[in-house]
Ligand binder design. Structure first.
Ligand code: KE4
Length: 415
């Protein structure tokens, strides 16, 4: 289907044909023609440890020999759940699912049941997977392909999703005022990465917490990307804001299909079989994926993992800023921890409307110049660059060399 199993992989917004990947190791990928790339997609953020980490491979091999899935509870699910709960105390109870979409879809169903309200408020440029309720004004692949709302979503359902500009509390207040006591939940990426990386303005997340408390709505942090990315836990740990529900994915599966939703015990108690909010899944919590997740969290919990990764990422981003200045490229670098986006726009980017002012043709030219130099960035202006613990100083130096050459080409062709 279009040669891909997910639209953003199609390279449609950057041109050219995507490579066919044969294998990965550490921060590197090789395609079927033997070309090697330094990889900054990292399975869209899942591979914070890089490809084929030996401990993860060994755990998966070991578990595979014991069986991949039983469809009955194992101790592994309990162990991974306990690790997540210890890392993110607001997650008092959780349920494993197999994709971030399932996690966010289930979280809003639960919020609607718990509050007995129907409306959901999300943010323009926020991306929470491809469930019907999330496809208006969404980020990631929809932003990349310019799809403002997906056909096939009934008008009546789409009308239950409200959108506000990110970092704009006044707009959120206005939507709450005009939809009194009808909003079940606000769902937000605490640090958005699907409109490109955008940082929460001081007080924004606290403001959402105050508004949802005051109005009896739930606050859902979609941490599918930020969970275990910025620190051992969620962005909520760094931001000091406690949501009612959290969704996780990507990193907690170590490259295998794992996601989760969880939060306050009294809310989660409404999920079947304890309650009657129905959510299920054949492969939810399967032992193979649980083993991978447990191994990942063990490695992430090692001392200084994040301080080392984030310090290396910060040094890299500082060099990126320097190159932007040196070559006078009209661009912004938004970053936090090991997440970064280079927006080809002269002004700062604080929300989706700002991000959409980016010159996507220049991003495409930059992407192709880097690709030709063996550096694989996200094939979209509205995604993030993911640094991993596997990116060595040599990888980063090579990447910065390619950045300078690519900027040189762009500067020579101001278009
Ligand atoms: P999945 O259903 O793709 O596992 O997760 C959906 C999702 C939910 N929430 C956030 C914050 C997400 O970033 C995602 C998925 N991220 C995109 C990349 N930005 C997945 C890439 C793709 O769709 O191929």
């Amino acid at each position: 289907m279009g040669g891909v199993n997910s639209p953003v992989r199609a390279f449609k917004s950057v041109g050219g044909d995507p490579p066919i990947i044969e294998r990965g190791l550490g921060a590197h990928l090789w395609d079927v023609d033997g070309r090697e790339y330094i990889d900054f997609i990292g399975s869209w953020g899942a591979l914070i440890l890089g490809h084929a980490h030996p401990a993860i491979v060994a755990a998966i091999q070991d578990q595979a020999a014991l069986g991949a899935s039983y469809g009955i509870t194992t101790e592994l699910e309990v162990e991974l759940a306990e690790r997540v709960k210890r890392a993110i105390p607001s997650v008092e109870k959780l349920r494993f699912v197999s994709s971030g979409t399932e996690a966010t879809m289930s979280a809003i169903r639960l919020a609607r049941a718990f509050t007995k309200r129907d409306l959901i408020l999300k943010f323009e440029g926020g991306y929470h997977g491809h469930a019907d309720s999330f496809l208006s004004e969404a980020g990631s692949g929809l932003a990349t392909l310019g799809i403002a709302s997906s056909p096939g979503v009934p008008e009546a359902l789409a009308a239950l999703t409200l959108n506000a500009p990110y970092n704009d509390l006044a707009s959120v207040e206005k939507l709450f005022a005009s939809n009194k006591r009808e909003i079940a939940a606000v769902i937000v990426e605490p640090v958005p990465a699907n409109m490109g990386v955008v940082l929460p303005a001081p007080g924004f997340l606290n403001g959402l917490r105050e508004i949802t408390n005051r109005t009896g709505s739930l606050l859902i942090f979609d941490e599918v990307i930020t969970g275990f990315r910025l620190c051992y836990g969620g962005a909520q740990t760094l931001q000091g804001v406690t949501p009612d529900l959290t969704t996780l994915g990507k990193i907690i599966g170590g490259g295998l299909p794992v996601a989760a939703y969880g939060g306050r015990a009294e809310i989660m108690a409404q999920v079947a079989p304890l309650g009657s909010v129905y959510q299920a899944g054949t492969l939810s919590g399967n032992p193979l994926a649980m083993r991978a997740g447990i191994e990942v969290l063990k490695l992430l919990e090692t001392a200084n993992f994040y301080s080392k990764l984030n310090a290396r990422a910060e040094r890299f981003v500082a060099q990126l800023h320097r190159a932007v200045r040196e070559f006078s490229i009209p661009a912004q670098v938004n970053s936090t921890g090991s997440l970064a986006t280079l927006f080809f726009v002269p002004q700062t980017v604080g929300n989706y409307a700002d991000a959409k002012k980016s010159d996507t043709r220049r991003y495409a030219a930059f992407f192709r110049a880097m690709f030709e130099r063996g550096i694989l960035l996200a094939p979209s202006q509205f995604e993030a660059l993911f640094l991993s613990a596997a990116h060595t100083e040599t990888d980063l130096e090579r990447t910065l060399g390619a950045v300078r050459e690519s900027f040189g080409l762009l500067a020579a062709d101001p278009e």
